[in-house]
Design a protein around this ligand. Structure first.
Ligand SMILES: C[S@@+](CC[C@H](N)C(=O)[O-])C[C@H]1O[C@@H](n2cnc3c(N)ncnc32)[C@H](O)[C@@H]1O
Length: 312
């Protein structure tokens, strides 16, 4: 029996397409290709004559996306197996003067969560890996077996928002003395042993915050995010649009501050200061969209300077 094809439902699909204002011949960047759910439609809309530069740090996703994009005609697709934070350098290397549209759909896709080999799901037994880019050296197990209790506590608290961080860190350090952590189940067991049953938040799995914190740390997901978003926005051509989907407050906070600061300059504007949210119908169909926030930034067309604030 063959394994079912990996799936991921693209989030806020119609809203993203509308915000990007795509048309034939444009240069577009998808910083987080995933399974090409958005990218396929972006490619269709910028064909004929369009160019799509597609980034993903996970070459396993990129291989599947390539097959899905092969069916789109009239669009030159370039694949870049890199962190999207490298968008400005990559555009420069390609002698591309800028993009008309840049889209970033942060975080994970469903295929990565459901594949136990990634080690990011507390619901699936697998190696305690968590690296999205296999070229990185340190797995979650390597780090958790060598970090100090204080380092682990800081990551669980700061990146995961876990208030039981100290007890979980102490349990990890104690248990690894007899048997190093190797699987996702080993980490779940540490969390379960550390958080008293009566104190667990009934709305989420007790290991949710620990897994999130370790994954964010192992992949440097928040490292310089605000500065990078600001630099990426500078890669827009005049009149170009950048759209970002963020799923947790760490990511969205960085995008919000970067976009607000840029919109205070003459060069950029935000069509909406508040983020757009998914419809109730979408959340009912796809609960994973529940926490998403969509933000849009537009680079002013060359001929247009923004009116000073407060001007009629
Ligand atoms: C939410 S999914 C994108 C889903 C895609 N829009 C779709 O509909 O199929 C995020 C993807 O971006 C990748 N990713 C996350 N952070 C990244 C980063 N900093 N640089 C490059 N790729 C990243 C992940 O590997 C994942 O495949």
């Amino acid at each position: 029996m063959t394994a079912p094809a990996p799936t991921h439902v693209p989030v806020m699909f119609d809203e993203v397409m509308e915000a990007l204002r795509l048309s034939p011949g444009m240069v577009a960047v998808d910083g987080t290709l995933g399974l090409a759910g958005h990218a396929r439609e972006i490619a269709r809309r910028i064909a004929p004559g369009g160019k799509l530069i597609a980034f993903d740090w996970d070459d396993r996703m990129m291989a599947i996306a390539r097959e899905r994009l092969a069916e789109v005609e009239g669009c030159d697709v370039q694949y870049v197996h890199e962190d999207y934070r490298a968008i400005p350098e990559v555009l420069q290397k390609q002698a591309e003067p800028g993009a008309d549209a840049i889209f970033i759909d942060m975080g994970l896709n469903n295929a990565q969560i459901e594949d136990a080999e990634y080690g990011i799901s507390f619901l699936r037994e697998g190696p305690l890996d968590m690296r999205m880019d296999k070229r990185r050296e340190t797995t979650a197990a390597d780090w958790l077996n060598h970090a100090t209790a204080q380092e682990i506590e800081d990551v669980l608290f700061n990146e995961g928002g876990e208030r039981w961080a100290r007890r979980i860190a102490a349990t990890i350090v104690e248990r690894r003395k007899t048997k190093p952590l190797a699987t996702t189940t080993d980490l779940v067991d540490c969390v379960m042993a550390a958080i008293p049953a009566a104190k667990r938040d009934p709305r989420i799995h007790p290991a949710t915050r620990t897994f999130q914190g370790v994954r964010i740390f192992i992949n440097d997901e928040l490292e310089d995010l605000g500065e990078c978003v600001t630099a990426i926005a500078q890669s827009l051509r005049p009149g170009g649009t950048m759209v970002v989907l963020a799923y947790h407050s760490g990511e969205d906070g960085a995008v919000k501050h970067a976009f607000h600061a840029l919109a205070r300059t003459d060069e950029f504007s935000e069509p909406h200061r508040k983020p757009a949210r998914p419809s109730e119908a979408e959340v009912a169909r796809n609960p994973k969209a529940r926490s998403v926030r969509l933000r849009t930034l537009v680079r002013q067309p060359k001929s247009k300077k923004k009116a000073p604030e407060g001007a009629a």
